[in-house]
Design a protein around this ligand. Sequence first.
Ligand code: FES
Length: 117
Amino acid sequence: MKVTNIRFKSSDLIEKSDGLRFNVPQRGELATGFVVRFNGKPYAYLNQCAHVPIELDWQQGKFFNLTQDFIICATHGAHYEPNSGRCVLGPCKGKSLQPIEVYETNDEIIINLESIP
Ligand code: FES
C-alpha cells in the first residue's frame, strides 16, 4: 500500500530541538525528509542540501545550529531559515530546501508525502 502521509505525536516535536526524520519512498529508497518545530510551528523539508544533494543532519535528527536559529548542513555549513527553507549563508545562498506540506491538528503532526513533486 502506498504511504501518503506520515504522522507523529505533537509532543514528540520539541521547539528548536531534534527534528523527526521520515522516509520519502517516492524520491528513492534512501531518501528522507524531516520536520522541526520553530516558533511553535512544524516545518518539513526533504533532507537534501541545496548545494550537494546529501542529507543535512550531522547526527540523525540534529538539524539546528548551536544557537538554534538556523537549520544547518553538516557538510559545508549552509544555513537555512527554518520557516522558509531559504539558504541565507553558505555555498547555496539564495537557493532553498524542498518544502513538504505539514500541518498540526488534534495533537498530531501530519506530513503530506503527496505534496512532494
Ligand atoms: S553539501 Fe550542504 S553546504 Fe555543501
